[in-house]
Structure formats: C-alpha cells, structure tokens
Design a protein around this ligand. Structure first.
Ligand code: PLP
Ligand code: ZN
Length: 397
C-alpha cells in the first residue's frame, strides 16, 4: 500500500496533510480527494504484481487493490470483488452484483475504508446521517473495529436497516424527516459529543473505498472500459469514486487505451435533484421537495457532491435519468422472473433506465454496459412487498 502523499481539494485544489483526520477543505469546504505518488506502480508489470500479491494476501475482496489504497491495516468483513453477471437475455449487458457485499450493499466498501482510517487515526466515536444502508455498513464495521457508531436515519427506512444497526450495537436515532434532516442533527451535535462525521463526501475515505468498484469493473472486463456505467445515484459517492478510479487507471497505464465510459446517473422521479439539474444545464442541484420513492437510497434531496457529479456526467458524455417508481418496480419484477435476480429498488432503477435509453436510441444494443445492483433485494422485503401490494395470506387462506 502506498503512503498518502496528501489530500487535495476537489474545488480549489488546495493541498491538505493526511497526517491527522480531515473533513472538508479548510479553505472552501470542498470535498477532499486522496492523492498518492503512483509513479512506481506504472505499467503492466506492476499490475501483474498486484494480481499475484492478491492471490496470497490475508485481506480478501477489494483489498486486492491495496497498492492504490492508503497504508493502514484493513478493518475487513470480506467486502468487494463482487460478481460481474452477464444478462441471460442481453449479451452486452453486465450486472455488477453489489448485493454480495457484507451488509448486502456497496456501502460496505466506503465504510470499510472509512472505519479502517478512523481506527488508524485513533478515532473513537463516528456519526453518520444515512438513507439506511450506510448506517448498516457503518454499524457493522464500527462493531468489528470496536468503535462507537452514532446513526441518524429516517424513521421509515427499510426495516432491515433499523434491525441490523441495532443488532450491531450502534446508537440508533430514527428521525421524522429525510437524510438532510439527519445531516443537520449530526452537524449540530458532533462538536459537543466528540463525534467524527463520516457523512457522504465530508471525509475523504468513503470515496476512496468506493473507487474500488471502478478498478474492479475494468479488471473484470479484461482491463477494458465498458461503453456505459449505470449508477443509482443518491449522494453520488460511487459515481465520483469510479471516475477517480478511471483517472488513476489512465495514469497507471493499467487500462487498455479507449474512451472512458459514459456515466449514467439513475434516480427516481420521486427524488431527482441531479436529473433535474442536468436537464436544466445547471452546475448545482436545488433541494427536492417532498422526496418520495421506494428506492430508499435515492432519497437524497440535495446531494453535497452535486456539482462534481454534474461535471462527470457532462465530461463523460453521459446523462442523468429519472423514472417513476412503477417503471422501476416493473423492471425489478422482470429481472426476478427472467434472470433469477432479486434487485434492490435502486438496482432496478438502473435496469429500467437501461431499457429506457435503448428505446430512446441514446444507447445501442451492441454497447457494452455495466448496470450496478447496489444492494440485495432481500434488504427491502417490506418496501418492495408494499410496492407490489403483497401481503402475507392469513392462515387457512
Ligand atoms: C442500495 C443503494 N443504492 C444507491 C445508493 C446511492 O448511493 P450514493 O449515495 O453513493 O449515490 C444508496 C444510498 O443509500 C443505496 O443504499
Ligand atoms: Zn478548497
């Protein structure tokens, strides 16, 4: 693992030391990126070394990319290196099955690294506002590391998120409101309580953990880019992390030369601040009123990283899409019946958007695409059952 050279502000490019825990850029409050000296890792020989070392490493999963992650002993539960499944019906469509992660979602990657670094820095109390799955992941990794987790999530999160967080021993507060209200509470209380805030993009390591999705999808496609990547977008950590990975892969010379994928941000019409801003040609999003969707992870009314995401979407030749929940549910059922895959509602937003962009002609059937199923459908039995109007039959019925 390389030592971190420094942290760099995504807005003003100021350099910040990584010797002590950092949150946002002290000058402009921009999100911070982790930067390394990658010069000794350039070329295919270093890439082959990485693969060889991964075969005998004590750290499984995403830690195969240790050469491009911070130098610290991992707090791991086996996250990453998730299956890249080929659709049975569409030869050029791949599904990245993030439901296979510990805690059942891709949030495991970011929180594994955030908690790894928290332990490295000696932090004792972490706090997070969450749409649900980040809470479950923080609770699990904090338990594994012996660190306190303070979690704030909407009262109506999928029940699994509440049950898992309580089971992992986190301090859980259910809030009458959305993730934005939870974020306000954490911001107000953190100083007095001595909490370190691991909110989306307000510390540098969740993006760094999620960047492993970008390395992984390129490696699993034979070190080649796909034509497009569909990403269910709430706060946008994965989108931003994957774009960082692609930039690093270019610098390392580990990816076959080619066009970077078009990045497709997928939202629900019930909460689509990024899609609306993209359509309007704006550089930032506006707060989405009355956010409502059964894709709970997409209920982020005003993402902190909106301007970074919008820039990535435009630079990549991508687009942001919002579809209504009934279209998302139809795609969920379609993939369950015809592919044997029980998607999360967020993942089904990606599969529905793929169909939409094929119909609109934005993509062609020959385009090789990766659709992210960011979570396991089984974490959502309550919300998906409600959307399907499904109730357990009474006995004898
Ligand atoms: C299953 C799932 N998919 C997608 C998202 C959105 O992720 P991000 O905030 O990284 O955009 C979330 C966030 O909670 C989620 O739980
Ligand atoms: Zn700055």
């Amino acid at each position: 693992m390389p030592p971190i050279a420094h942290l760099e502000c995504s807005r003003c490019k100021a350099t910040v030391s990584a010797e002590t825990p950092q949150t946002l850029c002290p000058q402009c409050k921009g999100a911070l990126y982790v930067r390394y000296d990658l010069s000794t890792l350039r070329g295919i020989a270093a890439r082959d070394d990485m693969i060889r070392q991964a075969a005998t490493s004590p750290w499984p999963g995403m830690w195969r990319y240790s050469p491009v992650l911070p130098k610290a002993e991992p707090v791991t539960l086996g996250e990453g290196w998730t299956p890249m499944l080929r659709s049975r019906r569409r030869a050029r469509v791949f599904l990245k099955e993030e439901g296979a992660n510990p805690t059942g979602t891709f949030k495991a990657r970011g929180l594994a690294l955030a908690v790894t670094m928290a332990r490295h820095y000696g932090l004792r109390k972490l706090a997070v506002p969450s749409a649900g799955n980040a809470a479950g992941a923080l609770a699990a990794y904090a338990a594994a590391a012996g660190i306190e987790a303070h979690i704030f999530m909407p009262r109506d999160v999928p029940f699994a998120n509440y049950v898992e967080a309580v089971a992992y021993g986190a301090n859980v507060t259910l809030v009458n409101g959305l993730i934005s209200d939870c974020g306000r509470i954490v911001a107000e209380r953190k100083e007095k309580e001595g909490w370190f805030d691991v909110s989306t993009l307000k510390e540098p390591f969740r993006v760094e953990g999620k960047k492993t999705m970008g390395y992984e999808l390129v490696e699993q496609l034979g070190w080649e880019y796909p034509d497009a990547v569909f990403y269910p977008t709430g706060g946008g950590v994965g989108l931003i992390g994957m774009w960082k990975a692609f930039a690093e892969l270019e610098e390392l010379g580990w990816v076959r030369p080619g066009r970077k994928p078009r990045m497709i941000a997928v939202q629900s019409s019930g909460c689509a601040p990024v899609a609306r801003a993209f359509e309007q040609g704006a550089n930032v999003s506006q707060m989405w009123d009355n956010a409502q969707t059964f894709a709970a992870g997409l209920r982020v009314p005003k993402p902190y990283g909106d301007s970074i995401m919008l820039e990535i979407l435009r630079d990549s030749g991508g687009v942001a899409i919002a579809l209504p929940d009934d279209r998302i549910l139809d795609s969920l059922k379609d993939w369950a019946r015809n592919e044997g895959i029980f998607l999360s509602p967020e993942g089904a937003a990606a599969t529905a958007s793929y169909d939409h962009l094929i119909e609109s002609g934005f993509l062609k059937a020959e385009d090789r695409v990766v659709l992210f199923n960011t979570g396991a459908g089984l974490k959502y039995t309550d919300v998906t059952a409600e959307a399907m109007c499904l109730e357990r039959p009474a006995s004898g019925a």
